[in-house]
Design a protein around this ligand. Structure first.
Ligand code: PGD
Length: 773
C-alpha cells in the first residue's frame, strides 16, 4: 500500500487525483508536476493544465505573512488593509499572534464577533475541504456568524421551497440525460446549457459526459432553442435555433409565451387545476383583466425585441411537443432574479410536462456536472463540522452590507434581521475579492473589522486584503478522497508532490491553533489527517456493508484507484407528486406547485410579488440607465479556470490576451467605437473601471459584451481615472444589491457599461506576483 501522505513513494508513478473540473493522473518530476487526463474521462477539459503550471508558480504563498500595520498597531491600522506591505514570519509567531487575537475577540465579543461564513469552492477532497475545516475549528471555540445560500443559485434556493416544495425538486431531482435523450422533442433553454459549466462539479467530476448527451439528443431528433445573448452557451454542433431577447427581459418573453399558450388553447388545464394553485389569478394577469395589459406575443415582443411570430411559433411548439424547459442559474443572478426560474416552472406546468419523462422543468441543467446524473446509493461522508452555538447568519451575498452597517436591520425571506457587529473575519477556501460585487465597496467593508485572517495557497486579492495570511497546500500536495453525490467514481486523491515552501494543510494549521486555545481534542478528534481519511473511508465501507454492498478495503482502494460507485436514479418528488398529489403532496402551503404564493403575498414585498410579474430591471438596455451606459455586460463564469482559481495557470492565461482578460463584443458595437480585435479597452460605469482586451465576434448579440469573472482584482492608480482594475475583473462594475427582499441573493451577472478604446499607457498586471519581493 502507498502510505497516505507519502510523496516520495508516489513520485515515480502516475498517481490518481481529481478536481472540481476533472479527474487526472499526475507525478512529480523533480520539482515539476506533470499531469495527464485520467483514463476514466472521455472528454477531458484543459483546466487541469492550471494545476501543473500553477503548483510552483511565484503567485503561491510560501510563508506565513502578517500585514505590517497590524503587526505594529493592530486594529488601529485597519484603514491600510489592502494597501499595506506584508512581513514574512515564522509559523510559531503567526500562530501565537492569531491565537491571541482569537482569544481576545471570543473573550470580548463572543461567537457573534467572528464571521466564519468563508464562502467559496476551495478544492475537491472530502476531508481537506477548507470551509468544513474552518467551520469545525470555529465551532470548537464556540461558533461563528455563518452565511446561508450560495452565489450560484441563491435566489432559487429561497424561492423554490415556497413554490415547488424544495430547491432540489427542480435542480437535482430532474430528468436524467437518458430520459432527455429518449423522450425530449424540444429543449428550450433560457440561458443555455453551457459546456464550460457542466464541466465542473463540486467535489469532483470523474468523466465529462454532458456534450456526449447533447449530441445524442440531437441525433435522436431533438430540436434545441437557445434563448440568450451568448452563442457559446449551447454546443455549436447541435445547431440550436438562437433567440436573443434583450438581456434581463427573459421574464417578459416567458410571460408572453404563457399568454400565447392561453390564446392558442394549449394550456393543459387538467394539470394546472389538479397540480397547481393560483392559475386563475395568474390567467387574469396574462389576459390583462387585472392591469389592463394583455401579456401576449405582441406585448412581449416590444419588451424583449423578439419577433412576435417567433414567440407565437415557439409557444405552439412548446404546447404540442414533448418539451423540456431549462433555466440557467445565470438568469437569477440579476435584480428580481427569483422571477425567472419561477416563471419557467409555471411554463412547464402550463404545458403539463412536469412529472413526465423528458418533459417539464430542469432548472440549471448543465449548470454543474452533477445535475441530471444518477446519485450514489451510499454517498461518501463529509468531515463532521461540529455544532455552531451561534445563531447569527447572513444571506451570503450581504457580506459588505454586514461589515459596513453592523446593527442595521434588513429583510430576508419573511424576517426582519439585524446585522451582527463582526470584529474578526476568517476565510479559507474562497475569494470574495473575486466573487463579490462592487469590489471597491467591498474594500471599504473589509477595512471595518479589527482583523482579517485568510488561509490561501496563492496571493489572491482576498489574501492581499488580510492581516494574517497562512499558506495552505494545494490538493495535489496532500492525500484525500474525492467524491460527489452524483459522480460516477470514488477517487483516491494521492499526494503527487511535496508542499510548496512552508505551506501546510488547513487541518494541521487549525490543529496547532486549537492546541494553543485548548480545543485540540475537540478539533482533531484525536486523529491525524491521514487517520481521518482512512476513518472516513472505513465509515463509508461500514455503511456499504449495511446496505449489502461491497467495496475494497482501504489499502486496495488506495492501490487500485477509482472505485465505481453504485448509483441509483434520483428520487423525483415532482414525479411522485404528479403520480399521487394527495399522498405525495408538495412541501408548499397549498401542497401543490404554487403559481401564486400566498406566503410571499403575506411578506408584502414590492420587489417580489406573489406571482411572476414583469418589472423592468435597472441594469438593462430598455431603461434610462442605458442612455449613459449602452452596453449590457454579461459577467459569467470563465472558460479557462474555475471561478478565479489558479488564474495564473497556463490554461487561464491562454484565455487572456496581452495579459488581460478578454471582453467580447459584436462588430456592430465595435465599429462606432473604432475598436479592432486585440485593442486595449476601458470597460466602465459609475461604479468603477477595468481594462481588458477586446475580441470582436458575432458570437455575442448586438449591444452586449461578455467579460467573464475570475481575473484577480488588480487595483492600480491610472492617471486621470483614479484606482481601476488593470486586469479585467467585472466585479468592479457590478451592483452590490440583493435580488429582492425575499432572497437577498447575488445580482452580479448583469451590468450596464460603456466600452472605450484606451491608448494611453496602463501599468502591467501585478497581481500574479507576490506582494513582497
Ligand atoms: P474560487 O475562485 O473558486 O471562487 O467564488 P469562489 O470564492 O468560490 O475561490 C476558491 C479559493 O479557494 C481559491 O482562491 C483557491 O485558491 C482557494 N483554495 C482552494 N483549495 C484550498 C484549500 O484547500 N485551502 C485553502 N485555504 N484555500 C483553498 C465563486 C462564486 O463567484 C460563484 S460559485 C458564483 S456562481 C458567482 N458567480 C458570479 C457571476 O456570475 N457574476 C459575477 N459578477 N460574480 C460572480 N461571483 C460568484
Amino acid at each position: 500500500m502507498t502510505a497516505v501522505g507519502d510523496a516520495a513513494s508516489t513520485a515515480d508513478r502516475w498517481g490518481h487525483h481529481t478536481s472540481h473540473f476533472g479527474s487526472f493522473r499526475g507525478r512529480a518530476d523533480g520539482d515539476r508536476l506533470q499531469v495527464r487526463p485520467h483514463e476514466c474521462d472521455p472528454e477531458p477539459y484543459d483546466l487541469i493544465d492550471n494545476i501543473a503550471s500553477g503548483v510552483r508558480h511565484e503567485a503561491r504563498v510560501t510563508r506565513p505573512h502578517v500585514r505590517r500595520g497590524w503587526l505594529e498597531r493592530g486594529a488601529q491600522s485597519k484603514d491600510l488593509r489592502g494597501r499595506d506591505e506584508f512581513v514574512a514570519v515564522d509559523w510559531d509567531v503567526a500562530l501565537d499572534l492569531l491565537a491571541g487575537e482569537l482569544r481576545r475577540v471570543y473573550g470580548e465579543f463572543g461567537a457573534a464577533g467572528v464571521f466564519g461564513g468563508s464562502y467559496g469552492w476551495s478544492s475537491a477532497g472530502r476531508f481537506h475541504h477548507a470551509q468544513t475545516q474552518v467551520h469545525r475549528f470555529l465551532n470548537s471555540l464556540g461558533g461563528y456568524v455563518r452565511s446561508v445560500n450560495t452565489y450560484s443559485s441563491g435566489a432559487s434556493e429561497v424561492l423554490m421551497p415556497h413554490v415547488a416544495g424544495s430547491h432540489d425538486a427542480v435542480i437535482k431531482q430532474i430528468n436524467s440525460w437518458e430520459d432527455l435523450a429518449e423522450h425530449t422533442e424540444l429543449l428550450v433553454s433560457f440561458g443555455g446549457v453551457a459546456s464550460k459549466n457542466g464541466a465542473v462539479n463540486p467535489g469532483g467530476i470523474t468523466s465529462h459526459v454532458q456534450n456526449g448527451w447533447l449530441r445524442k439528443m440531437a441525433s435522436n431528433g431533438c430540436r434545441f432553442v437557445l434563448v440568450g445573448p451568448l452563442r457559446d452557451d449551447l454546443l455549436d454542433e447541435i445547431e440550436a435555433d438562437w433567440l436573443t431577447p434583450l438581456p434581463g427581459s427573459d421574464l417578459a418573453l416567458m410571460i408572453g409565451l404563457a399568454g400565447e399558450l392561453v390564446l392558442q388553447d394549449l394550456v393543459d388545464r387538467d394539470f394546472v387545476d389538479r397540480y397547481c394553485s393560483g392559475f386563475a389569478e395568474f390567467e387574469d394577469y396574462l389576459s390583462g383583466s387585472t392591469d389592463g395589459t394583455a401579456k401576449d406575443a405582441r406585448w412581449a415582443s416590444k419588451i424583449c425585441r423578439i419577433e412576435e411570430s417567433d414567440i407565437r411559433s415557439l409557444a405552439h411548439a412548446m404546447g404540442t411537443s414533448a418539451t423540456m424547459i431549462t433555466c440557467s442559474y445565470s438568469l437569477q443572478r440579476i435584480r428580481h432574479g427569483e422571477q425567472m426560474p419561477w416563471m419557467a416552472l409555471i411554463l412547464a406546468a402550463m404545458t403539463g410536462g412536469i412529472g413526465r419523462p423528458g418533459r417539464g422543468y430542469a432548472h440549471g441543467l448543465g449548470a454543474m456536472g452533477g445535475n441530471g446524473k444518477r446519485e450514489a446509493v451510499v454517498p461518501f461522508p463529509s468531515f463532521p463540522q461540529g455544532v455552531n452555538e451561534c445563531s447569527d447568519f447572513i444571506p451570503v451575498a450581504r457580506i459588505a452590507d454586514m461589515l459596513l452597517a453592523p446593527g442595521a436591520d434588513y429583510e430576508y425571506n419573511g424576517e426582519v434581521r439585524t446585522y451582527p457587529d463582526v470584529k474578526l473575519v476568517y476565510w479559507a477556501g474562497g475569494n470574495p475579492f473575486h466573487h463579490h460585487q462592487n469590489l471597491f465597496r467591498l474594500q471599504e467593508a473589509f477595512r471595518k473589522p479589527d482583523t482579517v485572517v485568510v488561509h490561501e495557497s496563492a496571493w489572491t486579492s482576498t489574501a492581499r486584503h488580510a492581516d494574517i495570511v497562512l499558506p495552505a497546500t494545494m490538493s495535489v500536495e496532500r492525500s484525500d478522497i474525492g467524491a460527489a453525490r452524483n459522480d460516477s467514481h470514488l477517487m483516491p486523491m494521492q499526494q503527487l508532490i511535496a508542499p510548496y515552501g512552508e505551506a501546510r494543510d488547513d487541518f494541521d494549521i487549525f490543529a496547532d491553533l486549537a492546541g494553543r486555545l485548548g480545543t485540540a481534542a475537540t478539533y482533531t478528534g484525536g486523529r491525524t489527517s491521514d487517520e481521518w481519511v482512512r476513518a472516513m473511508y472505513e465509515h463509508w465501507l461500514g455503511r456499504m456493508s449495511d446496505a449489502d454492498m461491497t467495496a475494497p478495503d482501504f489499502e486496495s482502494f488506495w492501490q487500485d484507484g477509482p472505485f465505481e460507485m453504485v448509483l441509483r436514479p434520483i428520487r423525483r418528488t415532482l414525479e411522485e407528486f404528479v403520480s399521487d398529489p394527495v399522498a405525495n403532496k408538495l412541501n408548499t402551503r397549498s401542497g401543490k406547485i404554487e403559481i401564486v404564493s400566498e406566503v410571499i403575498r403575506e411578506f408584502d414585498y414590492d420587489d417580489c410579488p406573489p406571482h411572476p410579474t414583469w418589472t423592468a430591471p435597472v441594469e438593462w438596455l430598455g431603461g434610462r440607465r442605458a442612455e449613459s451606459f449602452p452596453i449590457h455586460l454579461i459577467a459569467n463564469q470563465p472558460d479557462g479556470k474555475l471561478h478565479s482559481q489558479l488564474d495564473f495557470g497556463s490554461a487561464s492565461t491562454r484565455h487572456k490576451r496581452n495579459g488581460r482578460e478578454v471582453v467580447r463584443m459584436h462588430p456592430a458595437d465595435a465599429a462606432p467605437r473604432s475598436l479592432a480585435d486585440g485593442d486595449l479597452v476601458r470597460v466602465w460605469n459609475d461604479r468603477g473601471s477595468c481594462f481588458a482586451t477586446v475580441e470582436v465576434t458575432e458570437r455575442v448579440m448586438r449591444s452586449v459584451a461578455r467579460l467573464p469573472t475570475g481575473a484577480w482584482f488588480d487595483p492600480q492608480v491610472v492617471g486621470g481615472l483614479g484606482t481601476v482594475c488593470v486586469h479585467g475583473n467585472p466585479n468592479v462594475l457590478t451592483a452590490d444589491t440583493g435580488t429582492s427582499r425575499l432572497a437577498q441573493a447575488c445580482t452580479g451577472q448583469h451590468v450596464l457599461v460603456e466600452i472605450t478604446k484606451w491608448e494611453d499607457p496602463v501599468p502591467p498586471v501585478q497581481v500574479h506576483r507576490p506582494p513582497t519581493p
